[in-house]
Design a protein around this ligand. Structure first.
Ligand SMILES: Cc1ncc(COP(=O)(O)O)c(C=O)c1O
Length: 392
């Protein structure tokens, strides 16, 4: 290794010493309630596969059919070398599902934020952003070169105070819909009202709301009946939808504009046919039935109640995201390690993903978990919690 790269070793050493090193597990099976890691079968309690669609046979078949007809690669940036009927059809299907005029699919949720934010605001403009917004919102905002003004998490008085001080230029208020580390829901109706009063555009990133909130999982805008009132919805297919990709949704003119101006759309290749076809199948399934969403919420209610009864602090979540608050990162690391030994895969989350001193195990409940799975998980959490004196 060259001396110039010595800093990489130093940083890794520091991360290991402070318990913040991210030890990435290697999975040897398809996604599901139970997965194989390092030769053992473990209960998966940390994936974003909310509805179990990531390995649904109907999505697998749709992907295979698309490969047989359209091949494996997009071979193109959509705006330069044409776009397939599959991609065009998914854009329209997403718009219908989200009950908006138009939508544009992009390569991921991260890319969607990087695409949308710099297209809407730039130098001389202001982004007013919840302090706990996702990293991709932060990075998209930085790329825009607009001034970034954070407001206190979900705090309407703080939002208004920040907006009052903005002088000139376009203003974009951005919030996560469901905050991914705490599971709380943004007070979107009030945010929209306040933003309107200050002439600001509103944008919500619904990554953890899709497939979870609203009618058949249509997301946070549907949940609050705010159709037509939020200027841009950004989302991802990589969580409840079970595939990969992101999108922006809103008015027809917004989407036409993004097709001309959003750089990841203009300069990066499209999703593959298999991604697009399996995503379309997932949205078909959700459109036809809300059963999976109901099962997800039933499971979440059951597990959360069990954890509260055991005496765990599970934070302020209003959704299936269940943070088990531990505080100290070393404790969270040890908790996760002991759970793994008992057949539960639930990773610790530490700084910088959550603030320092707020380490946790983030449990992600899925519709694929059976009652026996959840009872097994509760029993193992109880054992480890008592071992480590987190509960009595
Ligand atoms: C709020 C939010 N936005 C965007 C993303 C990124 O989505 P993707 O995995 O599709 O890039 C995530 C995923 O962690 C997220 O939680």
């Amino acid at each position: 290794m060259s001396e110039k790269l010595q800093f990489t070793e130093d940083v890794i050493g520091d991360l290991k010493a402070s318990g913040l090193y991210n030890d990435i597990k290697v999975i040897g099976s398809a996604q599901g309630a139970w997965i194989e890691i390092e030769g053992s079968k473990v209960l998966n309690m940390c994936s974003n596969n909310y509805l179990g669609l990531a390995n649904d046979p109907r999505l697998r078949q749709a992907a295979k059919d698309a490969i047989d007809t359209f091949g494996v690669g997009p071979a193109a940036v959509r705006s330069i070398a044409g776009t397939t009927v599959l991609h065009e059809s998914l854009d329209k299907q997403v718009a219908r599902f989200k009950r908006v005029e138009a939508a544009l699919t992009l390569q991921s949720g991260f890319m969607a934020n990087v695409a949308v934010i710099p297209a809407l605001v730039g130098k001389g403009d202001t982004i007013v952003s919840d302090e706990l917004n996702h990293a991709s919102i932060i990075d998209g905002s930085r790329l825009s070169r607009a001034e970034i003004k954070p407001y206190k998490h979900a705090d309407l008085a703080s939002l208004e105070e920040v907006l009052r001080d903005v002088e000139g230029g376009r203003i974009l208020v951005i919030t996560d819909g469901v905050f991914s580390m705490d599971g709380d829901i943004a007070p979107l109706p009030q945010i929209v009202d306040i933003a309107k009063r200050y002439g600001a555009m509103t944008m919500v990133d619904d990554a953890h709301g899709e497939g979870v909130l609203g009618d058949n999982g249509r997301g946070i805008v549907d949940h609050f009946h705010l159709h037509g009132q939020v200027d841009v919805e950004v989302g991802t297919f990589s969580k409840a939808i079970g595939t990969i990709g992101g999108f922006a949704a809103g008015s027809a003119s917004l989407i036409s504009y993004l097709k001309q101006k959003a750089r990841p759309f203009l300069f990066s290749s499209a999703l593959t046919p298999a991604d697009v076809a399996s995503t379309a199948k997932a949205i078909d399934i959700l459109t036809a039935s809300g059963d999976l969403v109901t099962r997800l919420w039933d499971n979440a209610g059951y597990f959360k109640q069990g954890m509260r009864q055991l005496g765990f602090n599970i934070g302020i979540s209003q959704t299936p995201i269940t943070p088990v608050m531990l505080g100290d990162v070393q404790l969270a690391t040890q908790f996760s390690r002991l759970l793994f030994q008992k057949g539960i895969f639930a990773t610790k989350i530490g700084f910088p993903t959550v603030p320092e001193g707020k380490a946790r195990i983030r449990v992600m409940i899925s519709a694929t978990h059976s009652r026996e799975d959840l009872d097994f998980a509760l029993a193992q959490f109880a054992l480890v919690g008592r071992d480590l004196a987190v509960i009595s």
